[in-house]
Design a protein around this ligand. Structure first.
Ligand SMILES: NC(=O)c1ccc[n+]([C@@H]2O[C@H](COP(=O)([O-])OP(=O)(O)OC[C@H]3O[C@@H](n4cnc5c(N)ncnc54)[C@H](O)[C@@H]3O)[C@@H](O)[C@H]2O)c1
Length: 258
């Protein structure tokens, strides 16, 4: 049986843990050759090793996605090793949450650089080779914060709203030349970050239960569920889906609150 991404070359940023690791693993399971673009050498190398041990193909490339030279090197290495880049998943990101007026300027810069500009740095680096072959799929991992605002989470939603703008602008710009650019907006996903957050409460189990209860299915999402959607959007199963965003939140954002 051939995989849904058989023979494709994919770069997944921030693939050392969480949603990125699940996406890289799902891509490899579906037959893609995956480049783990991660700044943490320990986790990045470990994910590449785990994929190889499971019979998949992955290489780790130490990368800081906020650094143009580092991304240029990543793409040069990918093209050198594999000859092309078919898929880019802009996943690396971080929560940067403040009350706006209490936020240091450096936090604004850190957030906009990682949660927005890095996606453009990476897209800009892969697009020339994708355009040359008139084939490419870019998937940006946004967030429900790209549509809705939770107070004191500034400026993360500013960056994620703009990431949808980037998705739509690039999707339209290159649609006639074989490129698709889409986004995924995950809600609350069970990652090490969520676990660490619950552990900041006196009763972590109660806080976890509260998070589950906020969602119509009475649970939160799993990294693998975001990864499955990334496989779909990146694959040839979605050839006419472009400049679009798929929300993965179990219906929470549709639920009416009184
Ligand atoms: N976890 C959630 O509930 C959730 C919800 C909505 C959106 N998201 C988004 O999904 C993406 C992944 O989230 P996650 O929870 O898996 O995060 P995570 O913190 O578990 O993993 C992020 C990875 O990115 C890497 N990284 C950070 N800065 C980097 C840089 N400059 N260069 C290269 N790699 C870098 C980290 O080392 C880490 O391995 C992020 O964009 C996040 O905003 C997450």
């Amino acid at each position: 049986m051939t995989g849904r991404l058989q023979g494709r070359i994919a770069i997944v940023t921030g693939a050392g843990q969480g949603i990125g690791a699940a996406t890289a693993t799902a891509f490899a399971t579906q037959g893609a050759r995956v480049v783990i673009a991660e700044k943490n050498t320990m986790t990045g190398a470990a994910v590449a090793r785990a994929i190889a041990q499971a019979g998949g193909e992955a290489v780790f490339c130490e990368t800081d996605v906020t650094d143009k030279q580092s991304v240029t090197d990543l793409v040069a290495r990918t093209l050198g090793s594999f000859g092309s880049v078919d898929i880019l998943v802009n996943n690396a990101g971080a929560n940067v949450f403040h009350e706006p007026l209490e936020m240091p300027d450096s936090e604004w810069e850190r957030c906009l650089k990682l949660d927005l500009e890095a996606a453009w740095i990476c897209a800009r680096a892969v697009l020339p080779s994708m355009l040359e072959r008139e084939y490419g799929s870019i998937v940006n991992i946004a967030s429900c914060h790209a549509f809705r605002i939770i107070p004191h989470t500034f400026p993360y939603p500013v960056a994620k709203h703009a990431l949808l703008g980037l998705t739509r602008a690039l999707g339209i710009e290159y649609a006639a030349r074989g490129i698709r650019v889409n986004a995924i907006a995950p809600g609350y996903i069970e990652t090490p970050i969520a676990e660490a957050y619950w552990n900041t409460f006196a009763d972590p189990a109660a806080e976890k239960r509260r998070a589950y209860d906020l969602h119509p299915p009475k649970r939160i999402g799993r990294p693998e569920e975001v990864a499955m959607t990334a496989v779909f959007l990146a694959s040839d199963e979605a050839p006419f889906i472009n400049a679009e965003t798929i929300t993965i939140d179990g219906g929470r954002s549709v639920l009416y609150h009184d």
